[in-house]
Design a protein around this ligand. Structure first.
Ligand code: GLV
Ligand code: MG
Length: 326
């Protein structure tokens, strides 16, 4: 291990993160009763410019009036390049009470963007004597943000999570997409010809680099990496495939842009029973190995070593976190 200890963000479940437009207060109660781990009330892209002011009022009222239970609650503010953003922060914190946990900052491009929001949030909290410190979720969804993702991750003590905003990322990088977060058949490889001259097409994951880069930046700074939206909410299999890949790479969860995606995310990002059992067996086998003075042993015909213990510990900690919350 490095001599540098990576401080971890507060441990929150972040398997499903449900997006709810601030301009649609009729959806708030249902969202509060859903199984989502995190809800973000949106003031940004799901709200038309003419509705921004009313949406902000709706969100402030909902922070007081709705029973959000034990959910983590976030508000997505407008971008730093708009004239809505400062008032989003000031009004939501000064008038929204203590319930809000996080602020989601969209289209973060540089660490100074985070610094600027931190300065504003710090002043608002101090001015009203807020007791609970607000944390930050940051959406990495521009080429600039992806270029600076490591510095962004380390830019504030409030930082808790990074999110891959695939829709804006595609716009920013001029990537050619089909639907939000989906695959593009043009991003594929052809196998060599077989004896009969036939060739197979293998679709590739055009988002692999972006998600993997975000995961590294997040984990190196103790933050939660979270995969963003999947637009075709009628395609549960497509959602599961995208979320499954993000899970394999190390993400903690995925956005739900429709309530039907919440359960899919919770299942994808919860360790399966068989995985938990296997992790427990690894811990037992390694405890036995250590008693015998060995650093590595075999289990089911496969090598396990001290790194296997660390992986098993991560998985068991996640399983305990989930069973503690449910
Ligand atoms: C999310 O904000 C996205 O742009 O995908
Ligand atoms: Mg976006």
């Amino acid at each position: 291990m490095s001599f540098k200890i990576v401080e971890q963000a507060p441990a929150r479940l972040n398997r499903s993160e449900l997006a709810v437009p601030g301009s649609q207060p009729q959806l708030f109660e249902k969202a509060a009763k859903s199984a989502a781990d995190v809800i973000f009330l949106d003031l940004e892209d799901a709200v038309a410019p003419d509705d921004k002011v009313q949406a902000r009022k709706n969100v402030i009222q909902a922070l007081h009036d709705i029973n959000w239970g034990t959910k983590t609650l976030s508000v997505r503010i407008n971008g730093l390049d708009t004239h809505f953003m400062y008032r989003d922060v000031v009004d939501v914190i000064e008038q929204g009470g203590e319930r809000l946990d996080l602020i989601m900052i969209p289209k973060v491009g540089t660490p100074e963007d985070v610094y600027a929001v931190d300065m504003l949030v710090t002043q608002c909290e101090a001015a009203i004597g807020r007791k609970k410190r607000i944390g930050f979720e940051m959406i990495i969804e521009t080429a600039l943000g992806m270029q600076n993702v490591h510095a962004i991750s380390a830019a504030s003590k409030r930082n808790e999570s990074l999110h891959f905003g695939v829709a804006d990322y595609a716009a920013s990088t001029k990537a050619k997409t089909t639907n939000i977060g989906g695959a593009n058949p043009a991003y594929s490889i052809l196998t060599d010809k077989d004896e009969k001259g036939g060739r197979d097409v293998h679709w590739g994951d055009m988002w692999h680099y972006a998600v993997a880069r975000m995961v590294v930046a997040a984990r190196a700074n103790g933050l939660r990496p979270v995969d963003g939206p999947f637009g075709d909410f009628g395609d549960a299999d497509g959602y599961k495939a995208a979320g499954g890949r993000a899970n394999v790479l190390g993400c903690e969860g995925k956005w739900a842009i429709h309530p039907s995606q919440v359960g899919l995310a919770n299942e994808l990002f919860s360790p399966a029973e068989a995985e938990v059992k296997k992790a427990e067996r690894i811990m037992e086998a390694m405890a036995q190995a250590q008693k015998e003075g060995k650093g590595a042993v075999s289990l089911d015909g496969r090598l396990i070593d001290l790194a296997s213990i660390r992986q098993a510990e991560v998985l068991l900690a996640k399983a305990r976190q989930i069973s503690g919350a449910e």
